[in-house]
Design a protein around this ligand. Structure first.
Ligand SMILES: Cc1cc2nc3c(=O)[nH]c(=O)nc-3n(C[C@H](O)[C@H](O)[C@H](O)COP(=O)(O)O)c2cc1C
Length: 304
């Protein structure tokens, strides 16, 4: 059951969301016999040009209906990632989508230039929506104008055919406008979406993920698909079961990302892969020629 996203072929519609599968090594053992190749794609945690230690503890807190996180985007920096983590992921057969963020448009361009020649990168996901962007020291690209600038800066440095996904905030007021700007700037698809901006009890900026944001993310996917039917959307936010994934695919998403559910149950994404693989309705949506628009209701007297 393959899925076509941004012109590349994925093994299926279930992706691991950025930052929620660790380096991949932590998740591989929970992914079944196929390992990381079971997933449509493995999205890395967001990488910055220089290493980042991340923010102070506590970085994760459970809320009654979700997960609060203020990680500060910890990562080894692009050079170390390219030298160690990426080759391992590729060797495991993972379809690797590299998530990136920069402090400026120039830095986005420099990161993209390095990735352009890295073997094994299937796509780039531009994190335009880190809920703690200011604390993490990356460009706060929540304004559509900045989002478009970041996408264009990345695309200018990439060979044709390497798709760029724009990861947006599930902000109902702005998501369609931002998706339109991302599309017009050359994004092959949008990921809708990241965690919702929230706060830790001590007031630090944080993201809220998990079941609490599921229905909101689904509404955002629905609205983007309705307003921009030609744009591929990857649904994310609160997806923990095959039923959640099906709801996004029915709403017109081409693929889905499983995030914080993996912190609770690291087998969640592999289980969703298995359950969807047996679902003929999902197999139909994976066909690139599939049109999710409902067929018009026949008028009385129409012949079947
Ligand atoms: C611990 C943790 C770390 C995350 N790190 C990143 C990250 O590095 N980059 C990113 O774009 N999103 C990151 N996210 C957001 C997820 O990829 C996902 O978009 C969001 O949590 C919504 O999906 P969910 O409700 O399934 O978790 C992180 C989420 C969590 C819980």
């Amino acid at each position: 059951m393959s899925t076509s996203l941004g012109g590349i072929t994925l093994a299926g519609p279930v992706m691991v969301a950025a930052g929620c599968g660790g380096t991949g090594r932590e998740l591989a053992g929970y992914s079944g016999p196929a390992g990381l190749s079971a997933y449509g794609a493995f999205v890395t945690r967001t990488l910055t040009r220089d290493p980042r230690p991340g923010g102070p503890a506590p970085r994760l807190l459970e809320s009654p209906a979700g997960l609060l996180h203020a990680t500060g985007l910890p990562n080894p920096g692009l050079d170390l990632f390219l030298a160690t983590e990426l080759p391992w992921l590729v060797q495991q057969g993972a379809r690797v989508v590299v998530s990136v963020a920069g402090r400026s448009l120039g830095e986005y361009a420099r990161i993209a230039r390095r990735l352009a020649s890295a073997p094994g990168v299937a796509a780039i996901e531009v994190n335009l929506s880190a809920p703690d962007a200011v604390v993490a020291g990356v460009l706060d690209a929540r304004e559509p104008f900045h989002a478009g600038g970041a996408i264009a800066a990345v695309l200018r440095e990439l060979p044709r055919g390497l798709p760029v996904l724009a990861k947006l905030r599930p902000d109902l007021q702005r998501v369609v406008e931002t998706a339109r700007v991302a599309r017009d700037s050359g994004a092959a698809a949008v990921v809708v979406g990241n965690a919702l901006p929230a706060a830790m009890p001590d007031g630090r900026p944080a993201g809220l993920s998990g079941p609490a944001i599921g229905p909101l993310a689904l509404r955002c996917v629905t609205e983007v698909r309705a307003a921009l039917p030609g744009l591929q959307v990857v649904g994310a936010g609160g997806i923990a079961t095959a039923a959640d994934a099906r709801a996004h695919l029915r709403a017109g998403a081409t693929a889905v990302q499983v995030g914080s559910a993996l912190l609770h149950d690291p087998t969640a994404a592999a289980r969703i892969v298995r359950e969807l693989a047996d679902d003929p309705a999902v197999a139909a949506t994976s066909d690139p020629t599939y049109d999710p628009t409902p067929a018009p209701t026949p008028a009385p007297g129409d012949r079947p």
